[in-house]
Design a protein around this ligand. Sequence first.
Ligand code: NAD
Ligand code: 6OD
Length: 477
Amino acid sequence: MKPAHYVNGVFTTAGTPFPLRSPADGRQIAAVPEAPRETVDEAVRAARAAMDGAWGRTSTEERCAYLRRIADGIEARFEEFVAAEVADTGKPRDLAATVDIPRAAANFRAYADLVYGRPERAYPTSVPGWSGSGQALNYTVRRPLGVVAVISPWNLPLLLLTWKVAPALAAGNAVVAKPSEETPSTATLLAEVIDAAGLPAGAFNLVHGHGAGAAGEHLTAHPGVDAIAFTGASATGSAIMRNAAAHVTPVSFELGGKNAALVFADADLEEAVEGTLRSSFTHSGQICLCTERVYVQRPVFDAFVSALAERAAALRDYGPMISAEHRDKVLSYYRLAVEEGATVLAGGGVPEFGDDRDGGYHVEPTVITGLPQSARTVREEVFGPICHVAPFEEEDEALRLANDSPYGLAATVWTTDLSRAHRVAPRIEAGIVWVNCWNLRDLRTPFGGVKASGIGREGGEYSLDFFSEPVNVCVKI
Ligand code: NAD
Ligand code: 6OD
């Protein structure tokens, strides 16, 4: 499979190709076509025509059937999807096979179920001057927004792409998607699956390429786009918002984070250490939900920190950073942390494996302590395998430290005191709070961030709300 655009039901490789390198060993693995502006225009035109044509006339039942066929198609080519995701990202195969690819299929099934079972409200309304009630009926129908641009990042490429494409299609929109330039492969496979599922031409379109000044910007600034669903860095969200402002295009944004974990002295320490190891170092910290700040209540601080550092230092089977550029950014934070006065308890450098991986972009899982809350390493998103652990005395102080951040995506709380859990969780300025667990997902729940971490919520009805608008109909009887 070679990365290709999919426009109006046709695969094309228009545009100058750029090289794609394996993050695992640095070798070139593909050439990716950079969609020129004309290809983006063509994709938006095709999507509009699909809305005005066969796709726009599909019933909810027909769309649900398409979504289920896409899920089946992903599962039928499961191994190809896994191999492509591993090749592009370098992530451990186990992660792709148990999280990324199954979730992509689940996203389509979940939205087939959700959109079909969705109730709408109706109100019998009395008409002034008439006797009795029920002389008019107000009811709501939802209609799709039209042409939706989907822009996704490289860390969970297929999971995050399908997390938007599935509800957008379920709600009846036509999609033009642009995956990250770093991870084009599973998106191309998805286009093949969608093609085989028989969706009308133009209902789903895919263009590859970069963001600023390229396909991403052309798409999100396009006057023919009716809504933008974006996942990526907060700074990119700001840039997209500036372009979207020109046409007052609605946006749904899932952005960066600097997620805190609060470990109370009454926590099950073993569970808290294992949970924090997972929340900080899964996919080498390249998940927006990963913990980068840990606050531990003083009586258990030393025990927690030494157990976490020991286990982080023992981690072996971890993947690389997505690119040499991202590795250099993460390493610059490792250096900055030391300059800021951190004590490094585990990691802090580049591992030596003695095999092909030494050509890749790996960095060590890193645990640091000793920084003030004002340190840049404590405030800025690194998006790598690093966490800073700091002590606190009391619950209010823990909340103050957790909330002292420009971001507010996710948080974890470790405690065996249920009253405390219920008291603390709603006071944390984050869109998602996990208590005694991390990244335990239910696709019906709201997902998203506050402050610089995003605008709006995805998941369940929340995505369907974004991708459609209510129209009230009032019928006088
Ligand atoms: P990024 O913002 O650099 O890129 C994301 C996507 O946006 C890519 O497809 C890119 O080509 C495109 N893009 C870049 N500049 C653009 C522009 N000016 N106009 C239009 N499109 C543009 O992010 P990334 O490096 O791919 O991903 C890492 C970031 O994403 C981190 O900050 C992480 O926290 C965030 N993220 C957030 C979530 C979430 O759910 N909140 C999930 C995953 C990643
Ligand atoms: O699980 C999800 O639905 C989701 N959106 C995860 C995002 C992870 C960020 O990297």
